[in-house]
Write a protein that binds this ligand. Structure first.
Ligand SMILES: C[S@@+](CC[C@H](N)C(=O)[O-])C[C@H]1O[C@@H](n2cnc3c(N)ncnc32)[C@H](O)[C@@H]1O
Length: 252
């Protein structure tokens, strides 16, 4: 398989379409305890549903536990590297429950399902409004999760603030509200909050990662290292950062 070209990550610094970034995503989010209790919040909204389209399924942080809980999942994911990691997590019990689709949501074609989830996967889409409209046609219950920067506390946000590298992705929740109002679609939204502790062992490696992630030059490495060190707790050779993550969960 060749990687799909032309994916746009407007306002979103992370690229998922290469082997290293995909592995990095999976490793870093696992180390942070993602998705934690978010799976329960999502499952609560799936009450009465049996089949689910997972748009931008990534490395399977939701597809796998939901399949293990009995849901049938159509995982739609354009990055073959993310999909390979998802595939590696499938076991004998979940295999019959998961179908993999190496497609963008825009290109995907398939059958209507009971529900659709799009969890932190709207950011890279070329035309989020059109993507939302398509969601309304492929499931009767749809759940979108987007971050709320307000009130969240995590290392990435802290470093962005201190370096002036504020995300230019804009408030996605506004875009969703507008799209749904334009479609005359009733919806509910709530903030879901998670405390998750990131654990790492290599302070230099972490500083290098954030320098790259934020597009900073090498000469800022020591400074970044210092900020991370001051904001983490050192315990038995490891560094811990207790993060607070706030997301908007929109159901329509
Ligand atoms: C931040 S990750 C979230 C993955 C997963 N939902 C999770 O919560 O771990 C965003 C995912 O959306 C995928 N993606 C990017 N553009 C997409 C598109 N046009 N259609 C569907 N998924 C897309 C990326 O490849 C990536 O795997």
């Amino acid at each position: 398989m060749r990687p799909r070209q032309g994916m746009r990550y407007s306002g979103y610094a992370m690229n998922f379409n290469d082997r290293i970034s995909a592995a990095d995503y999976d490793r870093r989010l696992s180390a942070e305890g993602y998705p934690g209790g978010l799976v329960d919040y999502i499952e609560r909204e799936l009450d009465g549903c049996g089949s689910v389209i997972d748009v931008g399924a990534g490395t399977g942080f939701f597809a796998i536990p939901l399949a293990a809980r009995g849901y049938t999942i159509d995982a739609v994911e354009p990055s073959m590297y993310m999909l390979e990691i998802l595939q590696s997590k499938i076991d004998a019990a979940t295999a019959p429950k998961i179908r993999l689709n190496n497609r963008t949501w825009e290109d995907w074609e398939g059958e209507k399902r009971d529900a659709l989830i799009c969890l932190h996967a709207l950011y890279p889409m070329r035309d989020p409004r059109a993507a939302i409209e398509k969601m309304t046609r492929y499931a009767d219950r749809r759940i979108i999760l987007v971050r709320s920067d307000e009130g969240s506390r995590n290392l990435s946000g802290l470093l962005r603030e201190m370096t002036g590298k504020i995300r230019d992705g804009g408030p996605f929740i506004e875009l969703i509200r507008k799209a749904l109002a334009g479609l005359d679609m009733p919806y509910s939204e709530e903030i879901v909050e998670q405390r998750r502790t990131s654990v790492f062992y290599d302070l230099d490696g972490e500083a290098r990662y954030y320098c790259g992630h934020l597009g900073l030059k090498e000469d800022r490495l020591e400074w970044i290292r210092g900020i991370i060190e001051r904001n983490t707790v050192r315990r038995e050779g490891r560094f811990e950062f207790e993060g607070l993550y706030r997301d908007f969960m929109v159901t329509f």
